[in-house]
Write a new protein. Structure first.
Length: 203
Protein backbone atom coordinates (compact mmCIF):
# COMPACT_ATOMS: atom_id res chain seq x y z
CA UNK A 1 0.00 0.00 0.00
CA UNK A 2 1.37 3.42 -0.98
CA UNK A 3 1.84 6.15 1.59
CA UNK A 4 -0.94 8.27 0.02
CA UNK A 5 -3.36 5.34 0.03
CA UNK A 6 -2.45 4.53 3.63
CA UNK A 7 -3.12 8.12 4.66
CA UNK A 8 -6.56 8.04 2.99
CA UNK A 9 -7.43 4.79 4.76
CA UNK A 10 -6.26 6.11 8.12
CA UNK A 11 -8.26 9.28 7.66
CA UNK A 12 -11.42 7.35 6.74
CA UNK A 13 -11.07 5.09 9.78
CA UNK A 14 -10.51 8.06 12.05
CA UNK A 15 -13.68 9.76 10.78
CA UNK A 16 -15.70 6.63 11.43
CA UNK A 17 -14.72 6.63 15.10
CA UNK A 18 -14.79 10.38 15.68
CA UNK A 19 -17.42 11.16 18.36
CA UNK A 20 -18.38 13.84 20.87
CA UNK A 21 -15.35 14.78 22.94
CA UNK A 22 -13.15 12.72 20.67
CA UNK A 23 -13.95 15.31 18.05
CA UNK A 24 -13.20 18.10 20.49
CA UNK A 25 -9.78 16.66 21.32
CA UNK A 26 -8.94 16.39 17.64
CA UNK A 27 -10.07 19.97 17.01
CA UNK A 28 -7.91 21.28 19.82
CA UNK A 29 -4.91 19.52 18.34
CA UNK A 30 -5.15 20.94 14.84
CA UNK A 31 -7.23 24.11 14.68
CA UNK A 32 -8.99 26.59 16.90
CA UNK A 33 -12.76 26.17 17.19
CA UNK A 34 -14.99 28.71 15.50
CA UNK A 35 -18.30 30.18 16.70
CA UNK A 36 -21.20 28.05 15.47
CA UNK A 37 -23.18 31.17 14.58
CA UNK A 38 -20.50 33.57 13.37
CA UNK A 39 -22.56 34.85 10.42
CA UNK A 40 -26.18 33.75 10.80
CA UNK A 41 -27.80 33.07 14.19
CA UNK A 42 -29.27 29.54 14.21
CA UNK A 43 -32.99 28.91 14.53
CA UNK A 44 -34.06 27.23 17.76
CA UNK A 45 -35.30 23.66 17.09
CA UNK A 46 -39.03 23.22 17.61
CA UNK A 47 -38.53 20.55 20.25
CA UNK A 48 -36.43 22.89 22.37
CA UNK A 49 -38.97 25.69 22.03
CA UNK A 50 -41.74 23.34 23.11
CA UNK A 51 -39.82 22.18 26.18
CA UNK A 52 -38.27 25.55 27.08
CA UNK A 53 -40.55 28.33 25.77
CA UNK A 54 -38.33 31.10 27.15
CA UNK A 55 -35.06 29.58 25.91
CA UNK A 56 -32.48 31.65 24.05
CA UNK A 57 -29.19 30.72 22.47
CA UNK A 58 -26.45 31.17 25.07
CA UNK A 59 -23.42 30.00 23.14
CA UNK A 60 -22.06 27.51 20.67
CA UNK A 61 -19.10 26.23 18.71
CA UNK A 62 -18.37 24.75 15.29
CA UNK A 63 -15.93 21.86 15.35
CA UNK A 64 -13.56 21.11 12.53
CA UNK A 65 -11.20 18.16 12.35
CA UNK A 66 -8.31 18.49 9.91
CA UNK A 67 -10.38 21.14 8.18
CA UNK A 68 -13.57 19.04 8.07
CA UNK A 69 -16.74 20.35 9.67
CA UNK A 70 -17.89 17.69 12.18
CA UNK A 71 -20.75 19.26 14.15
CA UNK A 72 -22.06 22.42 15.79
CA UNK A 73 -22.74 22.41 19.53
CA UNK A 74 -25.24 24.91 20.95
CA UNK A 75 -26.48 25.62 24.46
CA UNK A 76 -30.03 26.94 24.88
CA UNK A 77 -31.37 28.30 28.17
CA UNK A 78 -33.86 30.75 29.63
CA UNK A 79 -32.00 32.78 32.22
CA UNK A 80 -28.35 32.57 31.09
CA UNK A 81 -26.27 29.95 32.88
CA UNK A 82 -23.12 31.13 34.60
CA UNK A 83 -20.00 29.12 35.22
CA UNK A 84 -20.53 29.07 39.00
CA UNK A 85 -24.26 28.21 38.83
CA UNK A 86 -25.68 24.99 40.22
CA UNK A 87 -26.46 23.51 36.80
CA UNK A 88 -28.32 20.59 38.37
CA UNK A 89 -31.14 22.98 39.35
CA UNK A 90 -31.50 24.70 35.97
CA UNK A 91 -33.40 23.65 32.83
CA UNK A 92 -31.47 23.90 29.56
CA UNK A 93 -30.85 22.07 26.30
CA UNK A 94 -27.66 21.00 24.55
CA UNK A 95 -27.98 20.61 20.78
CA UNK A 96 -25.47 18.85 18.52
CA UNK A 97 -26.07 19.46 14.82
CA UNK A 98 -24.00 17.00 12.81
CA UNK A 99 -22.22 17.54 9.52
CA UNK A 100 -20.78 13.99 9.21
CA UNK A 101 -21.90 10.41 9.69
CA UNK A 102 -21.15 8.91 13.10
CA UNK A 103 -22.21 5.66 14.76
CA UNK A 104 -24.60 5.98 17.69
CA UNK A 105 -22.91 3.10 19.48
CA UNK A 106 -19.58 4.89 19.38
CA UNK A 107 -21.18 8.15 20.59
CA UNK A 108 -22.58 6.28 23.61
CA UNK A 109 -19.29 4.59 24.43
CA UNK A 110 -17.31 7.81 24.18
CA UNK A 111 -19.85 9.61 26.35
CA UNK A 112 -19.47 7.03 29.11
CA UNK A 113 -15.68 7.28 28.90
CA UNK A 114 -15.88 11.04 29.43
CA UNK A 115 -18.37 10.69 32.30
CA UNK A 116 -15.99 8.25 34.00
CA UNK A 117 -13.18 10.74 33.57
CA UNK A 118 -15.18 13.22 35.67
CA UNK A 119 -16.16 10.81 38.44
CA UNK A 120 -15.97 7.14 39.41
CA UNK A 121 -18.79 5.12 37.85
CA UNK A 122 -19.35 1.53 38.97
CA UNK A 123 -19.35 -1.30 36.43
CA UNK A 124 -23.06 -1.98 36.99
CA UNK A 125 -24.01 1.68 36.77
CA UNK A 126 -21.88 2.17 33.68
CA UNK A 127 -23.43 -0.80 31.92
CA UNK A 128 -26.93 0.48 32.67
CA UNK A 129 -26.11 3.95 31.40
CA UNK A 130 -24.35 2.64 28.30
CA UNK A 131 -27.37 0.58 27.35
CA UNK A 132 -29.66 3.58 27.81
CA UNK A 133 -27.42 5.76 25.63
CA UNK A 134 -27.14 3.13 22.92
CA UNK A 135 -30.92 3.26 22.66
CA UNK A 136 -31.05 7.05 22.81
CA UNK A 137 -28.26 7.72 20.28
CA UNK A 138 -28.99 6.44 16.76
CA UNK A 139 -26.46 6.65 13.97
CA UNK A 140 -26.34 10.21 12.70
CA UNK A 141 -25.99 11.65 9.21
CA UNK A 142 -25.25 15.18 7.96
CA UNK A 143 -28.08 17.48 8.99
CA UNK A 144 -29.17 15.35 11.94
CA UNK A 145 -29.67 16.82 15.41
CA UNK A 146 -29.23 15.20 18.78
CA UNK A 147 -30.68 17.19 21.67
CA UNK A 148 -30.32 16.56 25.38
CA UNK A 149 -32.93 18.29 27.55
CA UNK A 150 -31.92 18.77 31.17
CA UNK A 151 -34.99 18.56 33.40
CA UNK A 152 -34.10 19.39 37.01
CA UNK A 153 -34.95 16.52 39.33
CA UNK A 154 -36.08 14.37 36.39
CA UNK A 155 -32.84 13.63 34.57
CA UNK A 156 -32.31 13.86 30.81
CA UNK A 157 -34.55 13.41 27.81
CA UNK A 158 -32.86 12.73 24.45
CA UNK A 159 -34.28 13.57 21.03
CA UNK A 160 -33.12 12.83 17.50
CA UNK A 161 -34.44 15.25 14.89
CA UNK A 162 -37.29 16.19 17.22
CA UNK A 163 -38.29 12.62 18.09
CA UNK A 164 -37.86 11.37 21.66
CA UNK A 165 -35.41 8.45 21.63
CA UNK A 166 -34.80 7.88 25.33
CA UNK A 167 -34.74 9.16 28.88
CA UNK A 168 -32.53 8.62 31.90
CA UNK A 169 -34.21 9.76 35.11
CA UNK A 170 -31.12 9.81 37.33
CA UNK A 171 -29.77 13.12 38.59
CA UNK A 172 -26.23 11.77 38.79
CA UNK A 173 -26.36 10.66 35.18
CA UNK A 174 -27.60 14.10 34.13
CA UNK A 175 -24.87 15.86 36.09
CA UNK A 176 -22.10 13.75 34.59
CA UNK A 177 -23.47 13.69 31.06
CA UNK A 178 -23.82 17.44 30.73
CA UNK A 179 -20.62 17.79 32.74
CA UNK A 180 -18.76 16.48 29.69
CA UNK A 181 -19.23 19.98 28.25
CA UNK A 182 -20.25 22.21 31.17
CA UNK A 183 -18.28 20.98 34.20
CA UNK A 184 -15.33 23.07 35.38
CA UNK A 185 -13.39 19.80 34.99
CA UNK A 186 -14.35 19.45 31.32
CA UNK A 187 -11.56 18.14 29.11
CA UNK A 188 -12.00 21.19 26.89
CA UNK A 189 -12.29 24.48 28.82
CA UNK A 190 -12.45 26.47 25.57
CA UNK A 191 -15.52 24.51 24.53
CA UNK A 192 -17.13 25.08 27.91
CA UNK A 193 -16.40 28.79 27.80
CA UNK A 194 -17.86 29.20 24.32
CA UNK A 195 -21.01 27.28 25.18
CA UNK A 196 -21.51 29.44 28.27
CA UNK A 197 -20.84 32.55 26.18
CA UNK A 198 -17.94 33.70 28.32
CA UNK A 199 -15.79 36.56 27.05
CA UNK A 200 -12.70 34.69 28.22
CA UNK A 201 -13.23 31.88 25.71
CA UNK A 202 -9.80 32.04 24.12
CA UNK A 203 -6.50 30.22 24.45
Amino acid sequence: MSRSTSLRVDRRRALQTLTLLGAVAAVAAVTRPMPAFANTPPVMPIEIGDALPDARLQGGMRFRWFGLHVYDARLWSGTPLRQDDDLASRPYALELAYARRLEGKAIAERSLDEMRRLEVVSAAEGQEWLQAMRVAFPDVAPGDRLVGLHRPGRGVQFLHNGRVTGEVGERRFARLFFGIWLSSASREPVLRAQLLGLETASR
